[in-house]
Ligand binder design. Structure first.
Ligand code: KG4
Ligand code: ZN
Length: 344
């Protein structure tokens, strides 16, 4: 039997995204973003996102089918993000996916957005390496995971106790009037700055923290330190602030991810989520992993931020592993824990 053709739908935030994969081969990845409609509010407005998803859903599905050169009747299974995310936004994807599954009489996999971020890596690397440590860094989440099986067993080793890494980028970019989302803007201007110009704090890295919460993150102290710096140094150098702020985040993320690899004896690290697109994080990770003898995998930047291919990928992995599909009447869960890979 040929590998399953899976269509994945992602609507947890402001991207209406549809991906199509055959097994581990990516056939289409179409993204319609409503980010510009939110930009003037400095963050995603849920009502605007839900409406934009409704409007974009059908054309996005059509474009994905055309790109993949398949018809709807060829699809073997549907996958959809069931959570976490904005509930009104999730419901548009879930409703559309359930409608497709019922209409086509095909199974549906209601999957976790965060696990999907990690699973997209399986598309670009033919051979999976499990168990692996995963550093998951997005706009809403930052955690260190131990992944024994991406279709069934994800254990959380630590997480942020306040802001997510992407959220810290977005908030600092806002204070620096760099626009929304802030990550790409800070990444770009930091390239011209000196990362050692300002010694910003590294959250939760005292020796006591290493004893009590080695894999947890805290970025709110950093955020406050940067805001104070901007207030107290009126003629600050923007690129130096951006580079030094970014360096603090990247340094802590890598220190903790590599400590988790070392402590668990797992010599494989996947970095996933929107912040994994950050060029400095990618460069520092490559250097430090090589030095530590850790095999590093980071999806291509375009697959790190939200997309439909990651959802289709996890659905295809679930199908290939013989996992039970989800019942068609499931609830979207805005706070679905990262350890729940799919709804059953
Ligand atoms: O995974 P994602 O697309 O959406 C969520 O699930 O949250 O992550 C979005 C986050 C935003 O906070 C954005 O600023 C950040 O990822 N981001 C970046 C970069 N590209 C996106 N952060 C740092 N550097 C980047 N190049
Ligand atoms: Zn995401």
């Amino acid at each position: 039997m040929s590998e399953p053709l899976v269509l994945g739908i992602e609507t947890s935030c402001d991207e209406t995204a549809v991906g199509i994969v055959r097994g581990r081969t990516l056939l289409a990845n179409v993204i319609a973003s409503s980010v510009e409609e939110h930009a003037r509010f400095g963050g995603v407005v849920p009502e605007i996102a839900s409406r934009a998803h409704l409007e974009a859903m059908q054309p996005t599905i059509k474009k994905a089918l055309a790109d993949a050169k398949v018809s709807l009747n060829d699809i073997d299974a549907i996958a959809v993000t069931a959570g976490p995310g904005l509930v009104g936004a999730l419901l548009v994807g879930v409703g559309s996916a359930a409608g497709l599954a019922i209409g086509l009489d095909k199974p549906i996999y209601a999957v976790n957005h965060l696990a999907a971020h990690v699973s997209v890596d399986y598309l670009t690397h033919a051979q999976e390496i499990e168990p692996t440590i995963a550093l998951l860094v997005s706009g809403g989440h930052s955690s260190i995971l131990q992944v024994d099986d991406i279709t069934s067993s994800v254990v959380k080793l630590g997480q942020t106790i306040d802001d997510a890494a992407g959220e810290a980028f977005d908030k600092i970019a806002r204070v620096m009037k760099l626009g929304f989302p802030g990550g790409p803007a800070i990444d770009a201007i930091a390239k011209e700055g000196n990362a050692t110009a300002i010694d910003f704090p590294r959250g939760l890295t005292t020796s006591n923290d290493w004893q009590t919460r080695p894999y947890d993150f805290s970025f709110s102290g950093l955020k406050t330190a940067v805001a104070r710096y901007l207030e107290s140094v009126p003629d600050y150098v923007r690129s130096d602030v951006a580079a030094s702020f970014q360096e603090s985040i990247v340094d802590v993320l890598m220190l903790k991810a590599l400590a988790a690899c070392k402590e668990s004896g797992i010599d494989s690290l996947v970095i996933a989520g929107g912040v994994a697109a950050n060029s400095r994080l990618r460069a520092v990770a490559a250097l430090r992993c090589e030095k530590a003898g850790i095999q590093l995998r980071i999806p291509a930047p375009g697959l790190c931020t939200d997309n439909g291919a990651m959802v289709a990928s996890l659905g295809a992995l679930m199908a290939a592993a013989g996992r039970e599909p989800s019942p068609v009447a499931f609830d979207a869960d805005s706070s679905l824990p990262v350890t729940v890979v799919s709804l059953s």
